[in-house]
Design a protein around this ligand. Structure first.
Ligand code: SF4
Length: 261
């Protein structure tokens, strides 16, 4: 996708990760931030960006409130290693309280629509709020992660988030290249990789995978494969979408009597 009226000279499609990040830092300055959940791709991006911008690199993570202890330990290690602050973006407390009161703390195991609701309140809405303050963001999306990511560009316009610019500097990298870079540069990695995890998210929704299983097998393993879309890229139609919308409507109005806004 290209802008109708380009404001920038885009990096080449085959630009290196460092070239993409250098371009982003020069073009957007403080309007650019890296979003990471501290999987290996995010850790590698952070290492490259720190080499470019030092402690001026801006990093944020969505703290869903259900992350594993190992994730918090890695955040502490990253702060020490790079001398940077990691901004933790929390869910809206009233939306969270409303959802937990209506559906209980472990609603995600009950229905796909409830799992989507939890992802919406804990991840998607906090991300949208944070991105609404930025001109550009950096993510760890890669073309080889899933069939619906095969067209990921290293730089694109993010129509889902207000038309800001989205940088995916590792778009063309393989899993092996990510881990090879991490080993060569002694990048701090999530401790759960050494315990058989391949994809790391919230603690109750992530498990290790066996040899031969896909990384997706470790996420929301109790759901059918077709229901397993990442909450941040929710475009499902039909029954699931309708169930989800009804539940979201129930959660959001429920907070209004208590809102001071
Ligand atoms: S991954 Fe699980 S705990 Fe985390 S936000 Fe989604 S449903 Fe909730």
């Amino acid at each position: 996708m290209t802008l109708a009226q380009p404001k920038f000279t885009w990096p080449a499609r085959n630009a290196s990760a460092e070239e993409v990040l250098r371009w982003g830092v020069a073009e957007f300055g403080e309007g650019l931030a890296i979003c990471t959940s501290f999987q290996a791709t995010g850790s590698v991006i952070l290492d490259i960006a720190a080499g470019i911008a030092g402690d001026a690199v801006r990093v944020f993570s969505i703290d869903t409130g259900r992350l594993s202890e190992e994730t918090y330990e890695l955040i502490a290690a990253v702060r020490r290693r790079y001398g940077i602050s990691v901004e933790l973006v929390a869910p809206d407390s009233e939306e969270l309280s409303s959802m937990l009161t209506l559906h209980g703390p472990n609603l995600f195991y009950e229905l796909p629509a409830k799992r989507r609701l939890c992802c919406e309140i804990r991840k998607v809405r906090p991300l949208k709020r944070r991105l609404s303050t930025l001109d550009a963001w950096v993510t760890g999306l890669r073309r080889d992660q899933a069939s619906n990511r095969e067209t990921v560009e290293n730089v694109d316009v993010d129509e889902e988030h207000g038309g800001i610019v989205k940088l995916c500097p590792l778009a063309s990298w393989s899993d092996a290249e990510v881990f090879e870079y991490a080993a060569r540069h002694d990048v701090p990695l999530h401790a759960l990789y050494a315990r058989g995890y391949r994809s790391i998210g919230c603690q109750p929704c992530t498990r290790p995978v066996a040899d031969g299983e896909s990384s997706r097998a470790g996420r929301w393993w109790w759901e059918n494969e077709e229901d397993k879309e990442c909450g941040m890229h929710f475009s499902a139609a039909g029954r699931l979408r309708r169930e989800f919308d009804v539940m979201l409507d129930q959660v959001l109005p429920a907070r209004r009597p208590y809102s001071v806004k």
